[in-house]
Every structure is written in C-alpha cells, then in structure tokens.
Design a binder for this molecule. Structure first.
Ligand code: MFK
Length: 548
C-alpha cells in the first residue's frame, strides 16, 4: 500500500497553550482563575469538536434569500452551524457579559478575552457581531439616559441565549470608506419628531443583529465628519422580521470570513434614536472602535495560535530526509522564530485588554490612560499584519498540503487577511497613533520604562530602540509629510517595544516558578529586532512610483 501521511491534530487550545497558561497564572489568583476555568475548558472542548467537524475545510456559506415564493420581500439569511450555536455559547460562557462585570483590579476584560481567544476560530467569526455588540453596550453605558438604552443594554449583556441581542455597526459608505467625513446617509425628523435614516451603507458587518449603531448626517447639517450624528436603530420587529425602512441589497462576496453575513443595505426611513447631540457622532462612536480593535487583536492572536499549533503538531508527524521535520534545525528554527513573534504579540494584545479593563474601571492614572489609548491601535495594526504573515508561513510549513483546500489550511489564510483591513487599515491606524502621539514617543517610552521588570538586562535593547524612535520623531516632526510617510514604521517599532516590555513581565513571573520558556521567547523576539523606522533619506517615493 502506498504511503499515507497523517494530517495534523489540533492540541486542546487550553491545556496545550503554555502562553495563555503563563499569562493567566501571572495575572489571576488561583481561586479566581478556578472560577472561570470551567468556561475556558468548555470553549477549548468546543474548539476541538468544531475543528473536527469543519474538516474538510469548507465553511457553510451564508445564503441570502430575498423573496419568498409569492413575491414577498423577506431578506432571509440562512446561517451556518457555528452561527446557530453562537448565542447559547455567548450567554452561557460570558463571551460578552464577563467583560462588563465589576472587578476590583480591572481584570474583567482579561477573563472575557481569554474566553474570546479560545472561542474565536471555532466561532467562524461569530465574534464579529459580538465585538460590535460589546462596543454598543459600552456606548449605551456611557449614555444612560438614551431612549432604548435601558431596554437594549440588558439584551446585549444577557446571560440567556433567548434574550441576547446582537448589534451591528454601520459606518462605511461607498463615498469614503475609512473617511467617514464623506458620509451620505441622512437622518431626517418626521412630522412626529422621530428620526429616520435614508441612504445606503456599503459594509454592514454581520447583518443579523437586533440593533445597530449608524453614523448619519442630520438633514441640514454641514459637511465633514464633525457634523455627523450617531444613531441607534432597532432592526427587527418583535416577530423577528426586518423593520420598515431596512432592506438587504446583497451579501458581500468576500475572500474569507464567508460564514459572516456582511451586507449592503438600503435605508429608507428606518427609525433610529440619536446618541447624544446629533453633531457628536464620531466622538460618540470612537469608544466602539477601541473595543472592536481590541477584539480584532485578540482574534488575530487566536488565528496565529491555531496556525502554529497545527504546524507544530504536523512537524512531529511528517518524516522527510530521514527524520521528522521537528528535528530538522532549519524547520525548528523557522517555527521558533514565528512562535516568538506570536508570544510577544500575545503579551501586547492581552496587555491592551488588561489596560482596557483598568481604564473602564476608573483605575487608570493619566499616563496609563494615555498608554492604553495609543497601544490599542498599535496592537491592532501589528497583530493584523502578523496574523497574515504567520498564517502564510505556517501553510508553507506543510509544503504543498498547505495549499490544498480540504486540509482546512487555506481557509485560515483567507480569514486572516481581514484583520489588517476591517476596523481601520494598517495606515489608518498608524495615523490614529500619530494623532495621539502629539508629543512624540517620549511619554509612551517613559510608561514602558516604568513597566520593565527591574534587573532584567534585556531592557537596555528596548530602551535603545525607544530612544531611536524618539530621535527619529524629533528629526522628522517639523515636516508633516515625512512624519506621515514614516507613521507605519514608527507604529511597528513602538508596538514591538511595548510587546517586548509586556513579555518581559510574563518572563519574570514564569522565571520565578522555574519556567524559562517565556524568557527564551523574549530573547528570540529581541533578536528578530525591534526597529522598523524608515531611513532618514530624501523622499523618493514619487520618483519610484511614476511610470510615464
Ligand atoms: C473578529 C474581530 C472583530 C472585529 C469586528 C469588526 C467589525 C467590522 C466592522 C467595520 O469594519 S466598521 C468600519 C471600520 N471603520 C473604521 O474603523 C473607520 C476608520 N476611520 C477612522 O478610524 C477615523 O480616524 C475616524 C472615523 C475615527 C475619525 O476620523 P475623522 O472624521 O477624521 O475625525 P477626527 O477629527 O480625526 O476625530 C474626531 C474626534 O474623535 C476627535 O476628538 P475631538 O473632536 O475631541 O478632537 C478624535 O480624537 C476622536 N477619536 C478618533 N478616533 C478615536 C477618537 N477618540 C478615541 N479613540 C479613537 N480611536
């Protein structure tokens, strides 16, 4: 009989993830950890079962049926298995409500995002509406007097699947994409003073929810983003059909995330209530962006972890050139380099989740608040890119099998490509970071310095990289075009410095109980280099790009 290669097996995502384990042990007391460990274990079990079920790697396509047999407009969306199971898992295991439970040290977001990290890949991006619902809940908590808020908030954070509502986030239009200043959807008041929305939204992610937050231009308001309002709409009637004034035009034909029903929608008088003053829309929705960007970061980590887990398992099973791949120095070295990048990214991503909880609990001083604000886009932009890179490398670690659909591997790469795009592209986020770094990198450098564990000699390398970033900023800062052109390099450098600092904290506490592995990952990550700053050379991009 011809040789048959054994495929990779997925190790249990909780019991065989030393990175998550070390992080949880560093930040939670054993008693507290024991309290939510059953949720984590169950979500890990679910991930293993969903992985087995999802082979041979074909996701169930989401299908929109616009008309019934008799010509009635129904816009019915048929969802896949993972999506039908999502509400029960969310309510039972606290994927949303756990992040809003009070915690004396502000660790509620950490226990929530540990759950999200274990659940994400199995969820087939059901985490997308969860992220937006989390953002909507955060907005409603900040605007408690809002009509509908009192009714909607308990649904968003429900412990019961039957009562759970999901929220969408309707920002993007054909006119502007990331540039919401060109928003065309209009909000008009009817004769009874009720606000209604008119126009078209081009990317309504997860159009299955019961509510949505929408940016719209109040009739008669001026141009630009400062004239936009934020509106909360209920999308479904009590019977579950779409409300008047909302039509689903079509579902997007996407590269990946195909179980996630992203839609183009037409608004023709959908009733909505303003959140705050009708001219405060961008400011009101900004907290949502910081929440969904954190979800994006954690979900990108989950994809990297999945790809690495499969590639490492396969390396133990695949024999070539007289031994298993795991024993080949170059193969091992390749995987270790990727794993060290992942481990540092994990420290940054969960560090941002921790800071979010501290800020939301009112426990952050000004410097911590400022660090959280800038680290949120930095973590999102770096982990988004890294997820594509690591997933691509992991596919390569399977050779030709990594390119074959029914191994289930190409799906991971197609899905990963969404992380750098939605919720702000790499460049949009680099510009966001630049906006926050008004005084340059020095305040962040000083906060990171305060976090570095004492007596760790590796801190010198981070300090030197931060000094270089500050000097670079000082030199180019008078020239706005050059500063903007270098924003991505600056952002990546700062993200890597922050990641090294936060990984050093885990390495310190792991070292105290005799686990040298996080310290080894830190050394390897530092050896990969921290600096990604552009050279201080003349700007020749125009010359390079011109073809005529
Ligand atoms: C599985 C993972 C889950 C992920 C879920 C994914 C769901 C996907 C759904 C989507 O993709 S929705 C579309 C995503 N679109 C974006 O992310 C928009 C990208 N554009 C930006 O981020 C722009 O910077 C932004 C729209 C936020 C603002 O642009 P503007 O119009 O130029 O406004 P401006 O003047 O920069 O900022 C207005 C105010 O908001 C300022 O405050 P002040 O008026 O007080 O000065 C800003 O400081 C503030 N602001 C902006 N971004 C902020 C913020 N405040 C806090 N945090 C932020 N991130």
């Amino acid at each position: 009989m011809a040789f048959i290669q054994q495929g990779p097996r997925l190790p249990h995502p909780l019991h065989h993830d030393r990175v998550l384990g070390a992080w949880l042990r560093t930040h939670f007391e054993p008693d507290e950890l024991a309290g939510f460990l059953p949720d984590l274990a169950h979500l890990g079990d679910y991930a293993v079962a969903a992985h087995a079920r999802s082979l041979p790697g074909l996701r169930e396509e989401t299908v929109l049926r616009q008309w019934d047999a008799w010509g009635r407009r129904i816009d019915h969306i048929a969802l896949g298995t993972a999506w039908r199971e999502g509400a029960a898992l969310t309510a039972r295991h606290g994927l949303l409500w756990a992040g809003h439970e009070p915690h004396s040290a502000g660790l509620q977001r950490c226990s929530q995002f540990a759950r999200v990290y274990l659940y994400h890949v199995a969820s087939a991006f059901y985490t997308c509406p969860l992220a937006m619902t989390d953002g909507a809940a955060t907005v409603l908590k900040a605007n408690p007097g809002l009509p509908l808020a009192a009714a909607a908030l308990p649904h968003f954070l429900s412990h019961s699947a039957e009562d759970l509502w999901l929220a969408g986030q309707w920002m993007t239009e054909t006119s502007g994409g990331s540039d919401v200043s060109r928003t065309e959807v209009e909000a008009r008041q009817d004769g009874a003073g009720r606000w209604r929305l008119y126009g078209r939204k081009w990317f309504a992610s997860a159009i299955v929810g019961e509510a949505a937050l929408a940016l719209a231009r109040p009739a008669g308001a001026g141009a630009g983003s400062s004239a936009l309002g934020l509106f909360l709409a209920q999308t479904r009637t009590d019977e579950g059909s779409w409300r008047d004034g909302l039509r689903i035009e079509r579902l997007k034909d996407k590269l990946g995330t195909r179980e996630l029903p992203t839609a183009e929608i037409a608004l023709d008088g959908l009733e909505a209530v303003p959140v705050g003053e009708p001219s405060q829309g961008v400011r009101k929705i900004a907290p949502v962006l910081n929440i969904t960007r954190t979800w994006n970061t954690i979900c990108a980590l989950a994809t990297m972890r999945r790809a690495l887990a499969l590639a490492c398992d396969y390396a133990q099973r695949r024999e070539a050139f007289g031994g298993v791949l795991a024993d080949k120095p170059l193969h091992r070295e390749t995987l270790a380099g990727l794993a060290a990048e992942f481990e540092a990214a994990f420290a940054l991503g969960f560090g941002v989740a921790r800071l979010l909880g501290i800020v939301e609990s009112g426990l952050a001083d000004a410097a911590t608040h400022a660090a959280w604000r800038v680290l949120t886009p930095l973590a999102k932009l770096w982990t988004g890119k890294l997820a594509v890179c690591i997933t691509s490398e992991c596919l390569e670690a399977f050779g030709g099998a990594g390119y074959i659909e029914d191994t289930g591997l190409p799906l991971l790469l197609r899905d990963a490509q969404v992380y750098p795009i939605w919720e702000g592209t790499t460049n949009v986020l680099a510009m966001d970071a630049l906006r926050v770094l008004e005084e340059g990198p020095a305040p962040l450098a000083s906060w990171l310095g305060s976090q570095w564990p004492r007596q760790n000699p590796d801190g010198l390398g981070v300090l030197a990289a931060l000094d270089a970033a500050t000097r670079w900023w000082q030199q180019v800062q008078p020239d706005t075009a050059r500063l903007q052109a270098g924003a991505r390099g600056l952002a990546l450098t700062l993200a890597r410095c922050a990641a090294a600092t936060l990984l050093a904290q885990t390495a310190q506490s792991a070292g105290e109980i005799g686990d040298p592995r996080p310290a080894a990952a830190l050394r390897r990550f530092l050896a990969n280099g921290l600096l990604r700053l552009p050279a201080l050379a003349a700007d020749e991009s125009g010359a390079i790009l011109s073809q005529d």
